[in-house]
Design a protein around this ligand. Sequence first.
Ligand code: GLU
Length: 496
Amino acid sequence: MTDYTRPARVRVAPSPTGHMHLGTARTALYDYLLAKKTSGKFILRIEDTDLKRTIPGAEREIMDGLRWLGLDYDEGPDVGGAFGPYRQTERRDLYTQHAKMLVDNGHAYPCFCTPDRLEKVRQEQQKRKETTRYDGTCRKLSSDEAARRIAGGEKYVIRFKMPFEGSTTARDLLRGDIVIENKNLDDSVILKTDGLPTYHLAAMVDDHLMQITHVLRGSEWLGTFPLHVNIVRAFGWDEPEWVHLSIFLKPSGKGKMSKREAAEAVKDGYSIFIKDMQELGFTPEGLLNWMALMGWGVAENDVLTMSDMIEKFSLDHLNPSPAAVNFQKLDHFNGTHIRLFSTDELAARIKPFLTKAGFNVDDARLLRIIPLIRERLVTLDDGIDFAGFFFKETVEPNPDDLIAKGLDARQSANVARKAHEILAALPEINHAAAEPPMRALVEKLALNPNQVFGIVRVAVTGQKVSPPLFESMEIIGRAKVLERLQKAIEMLESMP
Ligand code: GLU
């Protein structure tokens, strides 16, 4: 069982190489929960040592994304902290020093092999059907010779010297001991020719210096986990608790979530990128609930708020098995959380979507609309369809939609005229006053309610689907309702 009495120091360590995705967000969430649960600290570290892959703006997106999700970090590049800098490119000297420490204590060595030579070695190994790996040429160089070649200006990398004999046991909190024969391990590069470290060195050094207690990361790092454990041990440091989180599978559950699959999701109105999710109208609450349960063994359909999650969270309940990305569940959780918002809160969340869609939003009116649409919303941008027309001066119904099923244009015009008469006779159009005479009209004309109310709905809202009709008319107001019905009558009468 994990000890929750000691404050945890946990970090999310994304590389700014693209959009922030679900995997990073879920790792950050679990980090955050663990930090909150133990009164510890949650840290953002930007792993930007792969200069070729760094994308401008990606770091900003990560910071904005974490804050939007409500996963505020205690230490990070833009908030500071006692263990900074929090951007790896600003920590170069530390990595150089630490690589040198490993060379000095015999755990690493400079390697002068050129890319051409390495490629030849690789091809020969492939021909012999051997595992491709570094062949150890420079491991055999004496330190004098290595020093001479460095002084002579030769380019080199630093490789970590893996033990040849025995085995390495690495312990993952979710998977137990992972044992690997050392003879199967390669001498990996830890410092590149440009003087920048690879992940293997940088992350180990930083996790140590930043006093990270639990390393939560994707299970794509399981392959190099023994290397990481060996590096930490070569320094003589204590190891953190290692937690390799489950991978994401495609919605079908067959195969890993790939780039192609991610593109498919966009076509269906979903995405695996946090920024897209925000724009699509998903809420942080819904998203967090959904992603929390992908890999965490609380009941699958539990509706959890942040404080529920903090209370219930336990590393011991994380599930190492792959988790299928199920967007229908996301819809479910998003809608559920939307219904938990107060009217004021929901109005404040929907307003930016309406404004962005070009509507001039009146706040008082929006507050009256929210109760009518709350139950129907799956995403916040559904508010555009359900509430946008309330902010239009005029509506333009599609003339064909004004014709009720089973009636022609002339008959529909007649229904509209009768409805107009009834509503015009009312001093105010509200639910209580308008519904009884309108229902009586349905009876009198021997039609069904859908036919009569359908015509009125299209006429006054401009659309076939809307919130409840009488409440909607109440908000639209008597004058506009009558004016729009009149216009619909004219449209219908002018139809052949
Ligand atoms: N920079 C690594 C990545 O983005 C971080 C892995 C880790 O959390 O250690 O995958």
